[in-house]
Design a binder for this molecule. Structure first.
Ligand SMILES: [Zn+2]
Length: 281
């Protein structure tokens, strides 16, 4: 693939990125690590622990002081390079809370980085200073319960909450559709000029884009509700009807997303489970 792996790309003064070589059906070309600042730097979403990526980041830092290595959340494509980069640069790990899901049982999820540990956890509204400017945490649970976006001036680093190439994946047990919708609403009430997502191109029409994402989810919810109103259905049956022609690598994620919608609808008293099937309440 002709993507700019291991290259430093400047997006605007004080904001640059390096693409990690971890392409997949979920990461697009890979994870984009952002460098914020000029005299000193914060590094957002260091990415997977790949030597080539860490070397590229260290070269991009070029000996400047790194005030923080920051993670939006702890999926394995975002946080594993945090510790090795912190060691290479002497920076603290600052950002989202650690989240340890079980390895077996109802809260098991292999996509989480269980080794992540932060030197300082940011709550909503907390910030770090870079070049005398604030880089501020905006709590945006939904994709994961520990997800943060980071605001710098009128730019917002959106991690996986809002991506530039596809809608995000919201999969229980940790992913929560109601929280995700609230977090989209939180962005809708902001006035950001541009989003820099961890995957995909910058979003330069944030308001319009978020409205589109909200509309997309509401459409999906309506579709799921009408399918279970016709008759009781199991999740694979709903997926086959709601996502015709879906790439088979994405079937599990689509099933998880349908489950996230169903759990949200159940909380609102609109559907109920019957064994393996779901029906209108
Ligand atoms: Zn993620």
């Amino acid at each position: 693939m002709d993507a700019p792996y291991a290259k430093l790309e400047t997006l605007e003064p004080g904001i640059a990125r390096v693409l990690a070589h971890n392409p997949s059906a979920f990461t697009y070309y890979g994870t984009q690590t952002y460098l914020v600042g000029e005299r000193e730097l914060a590094v957002i979403d260091p990415g997977p622990d790949l030597p080539e990526h860490l070397d590229a980041l260290e070269k991009a830092v070029g000996g400047r002081p790194v005030v923080a290595v920051m993670c939006t959340h702890t999926h394995r494509d975002h946080s594993p390079a945090a510790r090795p980069l912190a060691i290479r640069t002497g920076a603290p790990i600052v950002g989202c809370a650690p989240l340890s899901l079980e390895t077996v049982g109802p809260r098991a999820d292999a996509s989480f980085d269980g080794d992540y540990a932060a030197d300082r956890v940011l709550e909503d509204g907390d910030s770090v200073q870079v070049d005398g400017e604030s880089l501020t945490a905006v709590a945006t649970p939904g994709h994961t319960s520990n997800h943060l976006c980071f605001a710098f001036g009128d730019a917002l680093f959106t991690g996986d909450h809002v991506m530039g190439w596809s809608t995000t994946v919201v999969v229980p047990p940790d992913g929560d559709m109601a929280a995700y919708m609230q977090s989209l609403d939180k962005l809708r009430r902001r006035d950001d000029r541009v989003y820099y997502p961890a995957h995909g191109q910058p979003v330069d029409n944030p308001q319009q884009y978020v409205r589109h994402l909200v509309g997309h989810r509401m459409q999906r919810e309506k579709q799921i509700l009408s399918l279970v109103k016709e008759r009781a259905r199991a999740i694979p049956d709903i997926v086959a009807n709601a996502y015709p022609g879906l790439d088979s690598r994405l079937l599990t994620a689509a099933g998880g997303s349908v489950l996230a919608h169903l759990l949200d609808l159940e909380r609102r008293g609109l559907v109920e489970p019957q064994g393996d099937e779901w029906t209108a309440a």
